[in-house]
Design a protein around this ligand. Structure first.
Ligand code: KG4
Ligand code: ZN
Length: 335
């Protein structure tokens, strides 16, 4: 009989739910919280309160779309960390309450691990694969030899890739989060217009550093006459995007040289980025392996990846006790 898993995601400012039958997605819903837009960033207190009001509705819509009832769910998965503690607690306690009331297993899912395996929602994920999670909170490269285990090869020393995109967006006066706007404007700009630096760290490391880029863009923007012309905004967006993506892709190429992999999997919000998707396809293609990148809805935070990672854990016989607490700084597969 098929194992039907409900997945809930509330680690930051997206409220997500999804239902999977034996790893196959039946329905999913994500509500993005727009209360944060006017603050130019996520306000943790508002995020937890918004999850409280959104979660029951998101779950009901997901069940409706799946044509399913709560009685048909066999297990509940929810993000246990890393993330904002208040936001995590809302989803976690909601999920544990459902599991307890129904007497079904609960699985606490690591949010970064869920991003890492999320290409498996839509593609056959062959092992060993090289995976990069690039989002607003994380930029990490992993070698994944088999399900349930991974080795972290590198991460950011300062800003996450999404933070770098968002800071560039802010300097250009674009709405929060800036990443999608920078992507859109960069398509019409010249990536070679400005020579923003790609941080070079010591030889052999697979870490990246993004903070130098933000400073370079800031100094450049300050020198430009106001208001910034449309042309300048597009060229800065394209040049900054090139610097961010080059930093990531150089590390991925080196990692692929050193760690034999049968696929390259890119995930997290920044995997929506057009240039990163193209570059991932190019470097994977050059090695004769597929670049597996989720559809945009599954790159951003969503319940489907939580249900999927939860299902993989259940398949391995792993469940989580109902006494489990949220772990805001939860690490995943330390290097
Ligand atoms: O995975 P995600 O939805 O949430 C976190 O776990 O952080 O990632 C959000 C990040 C934001 O920084 C956003 O600007 C970035 O992903 N992002 C993009 C694009 N779409 C979203 N960055 C570059 N290009 C995009 N198209
Ligand atoms: Zn995320």
């Amino acid at each position: 009989m098929a194992l039907r898993v409900l997945g809930l995601e509330t680690s930051c400012d997206d409220t997500g739910a999804a239902i999977l039958d034996d790893g196959r997605l039946i329905a999913h819903v994500v509500e993005s919280q727009d209360v944060h837009v006017i603050y130019g960033g996520v306000v943790p207190e508002l995020a937890s309160r918004a999850h409280i009001t959104l979660l029951p509705r998101v779950l009901e819509t997901t069940l409706d779309r799946a044509g399913a009832s709560l009685a048909s769910i066999d297990a509940v998965a929810a993000t246990i960390g890393p993330g904002l503690v208040g936001s995590l607690l809302v989803g976690l306690e909601f999920a544990k309450g459902l599991a307890m009331a129904r007497g079904i297993p609960f699985v606490g899912v690591n949010h970064v691990e869920a991003h890492l395996v999320s290409p498996g929602l839509e593609h056959d994920l062959p092992y060993p694969f090289l995976g990069m999670v690039a989002s607003g909170g994380h930029t990490e490269i992993y070698h994944v030899p088999r399900p349930g285990t991974a080795r972290r090869l590198g991460s950011t020393r300062d800003d996450a890739a999404g933070e770098a995109f968002d800071k560039v967006g802010k300097l250009l006066g674009l709405p929060y989060p800036g990443g999608p706007h920078v992507d859109r404007l960069a398509r019409e700009g010249n990536p070679a217009a400005f020579d923003f630096p790609v941080a070079r760290l010591e030889r052999g490391t697979l870490d990246v550093s993004m903070s130098g880029l933000k400073t370079a863009v800031k100094l450049h923007v300050e020198r430009e006459p106001r208001p910034l012309s449309d042309r300048t905004v597009r060229d800065i967006a394209a040049s900054a995007e090139r610097a961010i993506v080059t930093a990531l892709v150089e590390r991925l190429e080196e990692a692929l040289e050193r760690f034999p992999s049968t696929a390259l999997a890119i995930s997290g919000g920044c995997a929506c980025n057009t240039r990163l998707r193209d570059e991932a396809a190019r470097i994977a293609g050059a090695r004769g392996i597929p670049a597996l990148v989720p559809s945009p809805a599954f790159c951003r935070d969503n319940g489907a990846m939580i249900a999927y990672a939860g299902w993989l854990s259940l398949e391995r016989g792993e469940t989580t006790p109902l006494t489990a607490n949220a772990v805001p700084n939860l690490d995943s597969f330390p290097g």
